[in-house]
Design a protein around this ligand. Structure first.
Ligand SMILES: C[S@@+](CC[C@H](N)C(=O)[O-])C[C@H]1O[C@@H](n2cnc3c(N)ncnc32)[C@H](O)[C@@H]1O
Length: 276
């Protein structure tokens, strides 16, 4: 066996151990990205090889938690891809306005900025009292930050610019207050948000959701897992429900390409078609 084949074998054994011991399924994550992250974790953990991680992962849940953090990328921002939010404001929210109540799901919400952005948008469009927002991730540490809604002040300039580009109607400063080097999002913004742990690779969903965000998450999955997750979304969307993916993600190879209508091709907003 060549060295890279041995490394691939070690990674596959490690991922199998994680799955069997903890139920987290990384076996269908994109190989290059998982390899990069495991290698980075290995260097920082000072262990001699990927195989050496396996017994520790099996016997020491706290070591596994450290690895888990190393495997998940939680980069996000408020109003990320601001023009996607503008498009939502102009095309999707008027449609949701026809419902007395509706549900929204942020799958892979990381530290919560996307859910707070939506909460702001709903408030400005007078729809917040009708919405229930589920914001889920499999990373508990990220969810803790999300629940608190406390972010570093240094990002505020970028967030404010995004907010303006998204068609924001007020000043972004209306939505937080400052404390030392941090900003705390206004309490009313999280009243309709339920933060919860959910693993897209292994957990199911039991509710009908009108608008699903899963942005910059599928990109880390291989085709098989992308297909599984997209089918999960398909199942819980009603006809005419909306799905928003990241700009580098698509429905390709899911078998669902013809079952959704593009609402915004550039910003990857899709609407579930009615059965013909
Ligand atoms: C790059 S962030 C994207 C955050 C946000 N959606 C955005 O676009 O700004 C990806 C998030 O997906 C989460 N994630 C990765 N695999 C997951 C899985 N199997 N189930 C749930 N969340 C997952 C990671 O923990 C991370 O917080």
């Amino acid at each position: 066996m060549k060295p890279h084949q041995i490394e691939a074998l070690e990674i596959s054994l490690l991922l199998e151990a994680i799955y069997q011991r903890y139920g987290y399924d990384f076996r269908n994550y994109a190989a290059a990205s998982i390899q990069r992250r495991i290698t980075r974790f290995l260097l920082s953990s000072d262990r001699p090889s990927i195989s050496a991680l396996i017994p520790e992962v099996i016997h020491d849940p706290s070591f596994f938690q450290q690895l888990l953090l190393g495997l998940s990328i939680t980069v996000t921002e408020m109003f990320r891809d601001p023009l996607m939010f503008k498009s939502l404001r102009e095309t999707v929210l008027p449609f949701l306005n026809s419902f007395p109540s509706f549900k929204i799901w942020h799958a892979g919400c990381a530290t919560g900025q996307e859910a707070y952005s939506l909460s702001i948008l709903l408030e400005e469009e007078g729809l917040n009292h009708r919405a229930t927002i589920y914001a889920t991730d499999f990373n508990d540490e990220a969810l803790d930050v999300a629940r608190k809604g406390i972010y570093e002040k240094e990002h505020i300039q970028q967030y404010s610019e995004n907010y303006v580009l998204s068609g924001g109607k007020r000043s972004f400063a209306d939505y937080y207050h400052e404390k030392y080097d941090a900003v705390i999002m206004r309490k009313s913004l999280k009243e309709r948000i339920i933060f919860a742990n959910h693993n897209l690779a292994t957990d199911s969903v039991f509710s009908e959701i009108h608008l699903i965000f899963c942005r910059n998450v599928l990109i880390y999955f291989d085709r098989e897992l992308q297909k599984k997750v997209l089918n999960l979304f398909w199942d819980c969307l009603p006809y005419n429900g909306f799905l928003c993916l990241g700009t580098r993600e698509s429905l390709a190879f899911s078998g669902l390409e013809d079952k959704f209508m593009p609402v915004d091709k550039k910003y990857k907003i899709f609407q579930k078609k009615e059965i013909q």
